[in-house]
Ligand binder design. Structure first.
Ligand SMILES: NC(=O)c1ccc[n+]([C@@H]2O[C@H](COP(=O)([O-])OP(=O)(O)OC[C@H]3O[C@@H](n4cnc5c(N)ncnc54)[C@H](OP(=O)(O)O)[C@@H]3O)[C@@H](O)[C@H]2O)c1
Length: 263
């Protein structure tokens, strides 16, 4: 019987990509990396498949047809729907599931952060004197900012997929992290940004804007993460690889024919 374990990595993050590359280099694993298809030209990844599964039922079908033995949910902390669906599908299929999620950022001395539970809540915290705001929340959920004609929003997106963001007054920049401090400082200064609206994504790749905001004394509205899905979780790819190793050992143990098992 083959010793290769089929694993599904739900991706869309740096950590998912790192994990996929590291796991695919190990002959014990056959990796499928799944992306939703939000970016037009994603970087090549091992076993890449693109597009939604079609809800919990579709994911269950995929898990069955691909003979997947375990799932690592390494999606973005704000991708709550796919995480909930993965949890339900793995429970129904009785498959081990691990959540790989980087820790959130925490304010340090000098930060001027206000916390919002949701993007809509963040929009309510906008102050009239903030005429130029860096909306660093991606292109999803811009609706709450649509009725703000007196504010110019700078929106950064990963690619040029969307032409109309539905904002009265906005500028768009296209950029994929990681972003350097000097670059973020220049961006905020040159565009005379008065405040930032940021999702608490965590990670080093997009942290520089927060350092730049601190240096420039700019207020930040920090949108906190949605409630985390239940289940075993780790914060690093190294820990996820150790989990995979344990899963592989337990599956290999299960597969050992009774006649060769140690008595
Ligand atoms: N939300 C963010 O701020 C953010 C930021 C950076 C990267 N991302 C990444 O972008 C992707 C989409 O995020 P989202 O917030 O739109 O997700 P979401 O709201 O949780 O999911 C919406 C739907 O997109 C599909 N989907 C999401 N992630 C998928 C994946 N990795 N593989 C296959 N299908 C997936 C699923 O469709 P079906 O129901 O049809 O299966 C899901 O129901 C995720 O991979 C996430 O890691 C998100």
């Amino acid at each position: 019987m083959s010793r290769t374990v089929n694993i599904l990595i739900l991706g869309g993050t740096t950590e998912a990509a790192q994990l996929a590359v590291a796991a695919a280099a190990d002959p014990r694993y056959c990796v499928t990396t799944s992306l939703a298809g939000r970016t037009r030209a994603p970087a090549p990844l091992p076993g890449l498949r693109i597009g939604g599964f079609g809800g919990v039922g579709g994911l269950l079908r995929f898990l069955h047809e691909s003979a997947t033995k375990c799932v690592i949910d390494a999606t973005h902390p704000f991708a709550a729907q796919i995480s909930a669906q993965a949890s339900k599908a793995c429970t129904a299929a009785n498959l081990p599931r691990l959540v790989l999620q980087r820790p959130p950022w925490a304010a340090v001395a000098g930060d001027r952060w206000a916390s919002a539970a949701t993007i809509a809540g963040a929009a309510k915290l906008l102050r009239p004197e903030w005429r130029r705001v860096f909306l660093s929340t991606g292109r999803k959920e811009l609706g709450p900012f649509a009725g703000k004609p007196n504010v110019w929003f700078l929106v950064r997106i990963v690619d040029g997929f969307v032409s109309d963001l539905g904002l009265a007054n906005s500028g768009v920049i296209v950029g994929r992290g990681p972003f350097e401090l000097a670059q973020e400082r220049t961006l905020l200064s040159n565009l005379r940004i008065a405040s930032l609206i940021v999702k608490n994504s965590g990670g080093a790749g997009t942290y520089a804007k927060l350092t730049a905001a601190r240096e420039l004394g700019l207020p930040v509205v920090m949108v906190e993460r949605p409630p985390a899905v239940l289940g075993e979780r780790v914060e690093s790819t190294g820990e996820a690889l150790r989990w995979l190793d344990r899963i592989h050992k337990s599956l290999a143990g299960l597969r050992t024919p009774a006649s060769v098992r140690p008595k």
